[in-house]
Design a protein around this ligand. Structure first.
Ligand SMILES: *Cc1c(COP(=O)(O)O)cnc(C)c1O
Length: 424
């Protein structure tokens, strides 16, 4: 059996960060998210090494566990946040306010006020938002620094639900309106234009859409420079994919080789020096984490259904995006595959399938299943659907184990619920 990168097999058990996953499941129970700290740092450094002169704003939504954010803060990352909640977490984790960009297509007035009060730059997604932000900045006697989220109309060849830079998506200001919006912003006393921003999608494993987007942003920079706007940064967003199955995915270095020459030449011709910002999420966190789930039942029916104790409540990607996640039978990791299994969760929906038709070692009740590459858009998209408390998260490093989130109890399902007095 082949494992990737930081996963190892010892005595037929899957080992992560020097820790036996079978022992973890016995000690902490299942389901269980386990993250390898070393891998977060390695992934971040790979990005930083590929783009030494760029600012890396980690996309918090992919995994905003406070300890994960803290580790990235230590590494020097900034943050792309998409809500007041993510901003709150990023600030709590110690990410400096001048390295945070507040994104989002439908921000509340309260969120914009939070950005203004904390001196956070905003990537503005519409004219309405610009006008609201200007009013709020005025009330607070503040000059709000903004970029605009531009919709570059680039097709990223990814799952439609995670393509965000197409003309028909809800994100960004259409290319045709961008100049008018920048002009309006230029006339506002409470607004300072500092950048341009795009984000074309997620899980992109081909560099050509990134090149296309870079060219379009350089063209826009040229027009804006012509209007006398001084750009402090050009933010090309995130989106670099990872090999979930056996795809060939570009490395950060491959991405750098593809876009940096285009970026550098474009700027040279314009004689301007904005910084480059990139917002990787998935690349930094996806492969750092596994989800451990115990086998409750094996049912030989239309398929060989393996029922485990984690479902789309804890990992929605297979149900939502038809995503592929590799599966390892963690307590039989050294054994030969012998049958085809479909791994399903306990949720009351036929779409609750975590992995379809996988050739795996003989699976029995109480075996331990590891679902790989769940560090991005895994726990951060979890829910309590079907009355299932969210599970614990652990951090492992060189044989050490820390709890970074306690598992919820049944009573936690009731927290914040209130009986109106007539029911008491
Ligand atoms: C989601 C998102 C990202 C991160 O995307 P990944 O595919 O996880 O790298 C970056 N920027 C913005 C604006 C986003 O919405």
């Amino acid at each position: 059996m082949s494992t990737r990168g930081h996963l190892e097999v010892k005595n037929s058990h899957l080992v992560l960060g020097g820790v036996d996953t079978v022992t973890l499941a016995e000690q902490f129970g299942t389901p269980l998210y386990v993250t390898n700290e070393a891998r977060i740092r390695v992934n971040y450094q790979r990005f930083k090494d590929a783009f030494p002169n760029a600012d890396i704003y980690y996309a918090a939504k992919s995994n905003y566990n406070l300890t994960v954010l803290k580790i990235l803060a230590e590494e020097g990352a900034g943050a792309d946040v998409f809500s007041g909640g993510e901003l709150h977490c990023a600030l709590k984790a110690g990410i400096p306010s001048d390295k945070i960009l507040f994104n989002g297509n439908s921000k509340t007035d309260a969120e914009l006020e939070m950005a203004v009060k904390n001196n956070i730059r905003v990537s503005v997604d519409s004219l309405d938002e610009l006008r609201t932000l200007s009013e709020i900045a005025h009330e607070h006697d503040h000059k709000a620094e903004v970029a605009f989220r531009v919709n570059p109309d680039v097709s990223p060849h990814t799952h439609p639900k995670i393509a965000t830079g197409l003309r028909e998506t809800k994100f960004g200001i259409p290319s045709s309106d961008v100049i008018a919006v920048y002009k309006e912003a230029q006339s506002m006393g409470d607004i300072k234009i500092v950048g341009i921003h795009c984000h074309i999608g997620s899980q992109i494993i081909d560099v050509s859409p990134f090149i296309e987007a870079t060219k379009k942003m350089i063209d826009l920079a040229e027009e804006l420079t012509g209007l006398g706007i001084q750009l402090e940064f050009i933010d090309l967003g995130g989106g670099l994919g990872i090999p979930y199955e056996n795809e060939i995915a570009p490395s950060p270095k491959d991405l750098a080789n593809a876009i940096l020459p285009v970026f550098a030449e474009g700027l040279k011709a314009l004689e301007i020096h904005p910084r480059l910002i990139l917002e990787p999420g998935r690349y930094i966190t996806a492969d750092t984490t596994i989800l451990l789930a115990k086998v409750n039942t094996v049912k030989h029916a239309y398929r060989n259904f393996v029922g485990v104790d984690a479902g789309f409540n804890l990992l929605i990607r297979p149900a939502m995006y038809d995503a592929y996640h590799r599966i390892i039978v963690a307590n039989k990791a050294g054994e030969k595959s012998s049958a085809v299994y479909t791994i399903v969760g306990p949720i009351c929906e036929s779409g609750d399938v975590l992995a379809r038709d996988r050739f795996l070692p003989n699976i029995e009740k109480d075996d331990l299943i590891a679902i790989l590459d769940v560090g991005a858009y895994g726990f951060s998209m979890s829910s309590q659907y079907n009355g299932r408390p969210r599970c614990a998260e652990l951090l492992v490093l060189d044989g050490k184990v820390d709890v970074i989130r306690r598992g919820e109890s049944y009573d936690d399902l009731l927290s914040n619920q209130v009986f109106p007095s007539r029911f008491r």
